[in-house]
Write a protein that binds this ligand. Structure first.
Ligand SMILES: C[S@@+](CC[C@H](N)C(=O)[O-])C[C@H]1O[C@@H](n2cnc3c(N)ncnc32)[C@H](O)[C@@H]1O
Length: 204
């Protein structure tokens, strides 16, 4: 039987209710919260690029952590209906963004403290196709991180487990001095996702 990488149904579990109670747009906020608490990433005044941002819970969390001196640029194929003073939500495909023009249009510094990618492809149920699509998004996110991170910056990227794990891991390691792989407690048991947490971008 072919099983999708992410189950298509969504069980309303403990984290779902917790997210709702705290007014977060999605339960996935607790993955970023755990990663942030473990690796101490987001600080006041930081600039964050949030790739695959809809429905917006990672941006909500980052917005609170970085405060009024910080800024988030959040991009997704889907629109986000949140209004946060330090977040610019843009609807678009990360594949063809024209980031340079966007950064100058919205007065972002050209370099970010963090590039976060929770991007996930629309799953088909065909394991190899879904894994390949996830890898493609991870490579895209890494390319953007390498181009737009400050030296010393950090990269967090969701990856669907596959035979390409080691290859992608080695690729990420070329650019960061500290590299970790994290499966947050709130990741669903049936999910094959892991997060690369790459710290201290070495620059060019
Ligand atoms: C798991 S959701 C992100 C959840 C989000 N981090 C949150 O906390 O609300 C994955 C998102 O990746 C987006 N995505 C997938 N491919 C994309 C692409 N090429 N460009 C922009 N967004 C993309 C999807 O539209 C989807 O909304």
């Amino acid at each position: 039987m072919v099983r999708p990488l992410e189950m298509s149904y969504k069980v309303k579990d403990h984290y779902f209710h917790k997210a709702k109670a705290q007014n977060y747009a999605a339960r996935s906020v607790f993955k970023l919260e755990e990663i942030d608490q473990k690796y101490r990433l987001l600080k006041s005044g930081h600039h964050v690029l949030d790739l695959g941002a809809a429905p917006g819970s990672w941006s909500q969390y980052a917005s609170k952590k970085i405060g009024s001196l910080g800024k988030v640029l959040a991009i997704d194929l889907k629109p986000v209906s949140l209004n946060l003073p330090n977040v610019v939500f843009l609807e678009g495909d990360v594949n063809d963004l024209g980031l340079d023009a966007i950064l100058s249009q919205y007065h972002f510094n050209p370099k970010f403290d963090h590039v976060l990618s929770d991007m996930a492809p629309k799953t088909t149920g065909i394991r190899f196709a879904d894994q390949a699509a996830s890898l493609e998004l991870c490579e895209l996110a890494l390319g953007i991180a390498v181009q737009y991170l400050k030296p010393g910056g950090n990269f967090v990227c969701k990856f669907f487990q596959s035979q390409d794990f080691q290859t992608f891991r080695q690729e990420v390691k070329k650019y960061f001095s500290k590299n970790y792989v994290c499966v947050p407690k709130s990741t669903r048991k049936e999910s094959k996702e892991v997060f690369f947490v790459a710290l201290d971008f070495l620059g060019h």
